[in-house]
Structure formats: C-alpha cells, structure tokens
Design a protein around this ligand. Sequence first.
Ligand code: CTP
Length: 424
Amino acid sequence: MTGSAPRVVLGVGGGIAAYKVASLLRLLTESGHDVRVVPTGSALQFVGAPTWAALSGHPVHTEVWDDVHEVPHVRIGREADLVVVAPATADLLARAAHGRADDLLTSTLLTVTCPVVMAPAMHTEMWLHPATQANVATLRSRGVVVLEPASGRLTGADTGPGRLPEPEAVFAAATAVLRRGGAAPDLAGVRVVVSAGGTREPLDPVRYLGNRSSGKQGYALAATAAARGADVRLVSSASLPDPAGVRVLRVETAEQLRTAMVEAAADADVVVMAAAVADFRPAAVAEHKIKKSGDPGDSSAPTVELVRNPDVLAELAAHRGVPGQVVVGFAAETGDADGDVLHHGRAKLTRKGCDLLVVNEVGVDRTFGADTNAATLLDRDGGEHPVPLGSKAALADAVWDAVVPRLIPRDTPASGADRPHPLG
Ligand code: CTP
C-alpha cells in the first residue's frame, strides 16, 4: 500500500443503487481511506458530481478529457490500493470484460494493478442473461472479485437477485480485500458452505431453548471467503444483516440446519461448521403455550424431557460430498480437571473427524457476542497455529489461510502470487 491512508478508487455505475454508494463513500472516508470517486456519465444522472466531491473531498471527473495534462486515468490507477465498483451495471461489466476504455472509469480499470472488487446491481433478467454471466466469468477469471448481488426488492415491484448489497456489507468486503494487501483472491471458484448462529429448539409456540452464540464469527468467515473470491452459501440461525456476495439460507433448529448443510455440502469444496448447534432438543413441542396453574399456592413446574440432536459436523466429515472436501469445525471449550482447552480440542478433532478445528476458550465474558476473538487452529496432521486476539474477520482470514493449502487443485482461475493483472 502507498502512504498511510489506503487509497481507494470508488467507481460508480449508472444505476439507481448509486444513491446507496454515497453511504459507502462515507463509511470509507470516515474509517480513514482516501477515496477518489470516478462516476460514469450515466451515474451522474442519479447522483450529481457535487455530492461525490463534497463527500470525498476531491474533484470528480468522468472523462479522460478533464485535466489531460495529468494523464488522470494512469495517475489514478497507479496510486490506488483498491478499486471498488458499485453499482456495477450490466453495461459496465460488459465494457470492463471487453477491455473498453471509453470513459475515465473503464480506462482506469485498464491501468490498475491493485485488487478490484465489483458489486453488481441490475434487474434480475439482466443479471441472469448469459451475456452478463459470461462477462462476470471473464472478470473473475482475471482475478476481479465480483460479488454476487443480493436478492430482494428491486426498483419496481419485481424481486430477485440483482440488488446492491447494503453499503456496510460492501464496505466489509472492500476492507477485507484491502487487509490482504495486493494478495490474489485465492478462493476464486471455490465453493464454500458456512453455518452460523445458535440454533433454537422450540418448546411451545412462544418459547425455545437457545444459546449465547451471536453468529458473528460465522458471518465473518462467509464475508471474508466472498472477498477472497469464493462462491459462498451461509446457513444461518443468527439475526445479522446478510454479508455482501453471500447466498443466505435461514434456519432455526438443529434438524433444519442439518438438512440444509447436508444438501449444500453435496457439491462444496469446503464446509465450515461455525454454528452453535444445540446437542439436545425438547422431546415434544407443545401445541399450545405451556401455562402455569392459576393457583398461587401451586409451586409445581413441568419437567422438560430432552432428546439428542444429530451431530452435524461428525456426519458431514464422515460422508463428504466431494472427494478432498475440507471440513472445518469449531470448538468452544473451557479447561477443567481432565485437561486444558487444547487437550479437549485435540480429542474433539479426532472424535469429529474434521480436517481443521478452530478452538477457542469460552466463558461468560469471552467470545460470545464480542467483535474480537482469539483461537488456536488445530489440524488433523498435528499442526497447531495460535491466532492472537484480533477482529473476527482477522481470525476468519487465518482460517482461510489454513484451508487454502488443503484444497485439491481444480481448474480454478486464480492461484498464488502470480496473480494476473486484474482486468487482463
Ligand atoms: N456440532 C454439530 N452438531 C452438534 C453439536 C456440535 O455439528 N449437535 C459442531 C459445531 O458446529 C462445532 C463442533 O461441532 O463445529 C463442536 O461443537 P461443540 O459444541 O464444541 O461440541 P459438542 O459436539 O457439542 O461437544 P461437547 O459439547 O460435548 O463438548
């Protein structure tokens, strides 16, 4: 990276979602990034140049004809640590994929050597059109991180994939890429499934047995995998906003989570069980709310009978959907008279049959709900790798760093240090 403040080029395409990108710009500048906004001409139809200039603190140009003496498309590209394009419209994806240089943004894309993240947004039909999909595949094969659009309400009454992910989610993806310097999107083309959150086991229509897991670590794993180019599905029982570029499937109980994970793992290269799955569930779910007796002198209480839930991780590890699939588990442990946290972790890794186990020490004030985490990564070959206290995103990156060498090479487009020029 150059200088102290990371330099970001924020390319804005001509779509209605450009208005959300003003919030993304604020998130970037307020967290200490030096941002140059390069809108396309049609982006200015939606949000004008004064808005971009005021929020970025820099002049804004759309054409190579402005300030020609400074050769802006080369200078802007040379100085950048990261390019984020949002919204990446169908037209912009097409122009970038074909190496067009007909405005300042596409010209800049042809000169940069830093990582490029694109967040597409368009109507579902345009996104699903084979031409757009082919352009996305071309860009990904050149090392560009093209995030999957979110699903939901589009400009009109229509719904489907095509929404720009929320500004916070695009921001998280952009900073995840920046954190890795100029490193290649080393999970490009890798199919990843992550589970996250604490399951809820219903007792009656209003009550459930739950646990203290927030789901934040699983979400950080899904978000960082997407920022490293992976095709990510997240099976979630948490109540957190969707990460950018990730397909989210909501579940509630351990049984639902098991069904979703078995199906998703059938064609996944990596499976990560970060969910806190309840080991037990009530043997029966009452049809009506369980009431106490109306008699104040009656202190009786019902007894809840529990039954065992399936061990999803052990099942997935024993029946791998794809040869060479990497299976990662988590272990929330406390030390006791029988051994320390790592002793219990090592035994659990063997018992569950997974390839990697992320072991952290838990307690009332540790890990649950926090934004930071520390852990030790144990691997099935006896390796032990401590990860010091840091953000959950940093721990997630450490997990992916441990996963990458275990992947069996397929014909994945990007690998290692010999990263191609982002756009060809
Ligand atoms: N796990 C699972 N299914 C369960 C319980 C746990 O898939 N029914 C997974 C978790 O997602 C995690 C790993 O197993 O990846 C370890 O979870 P943990 O709660 O530490 O272990 P348990 O199997 O519940 O063992 P114990 O509580 O007896 O230590």
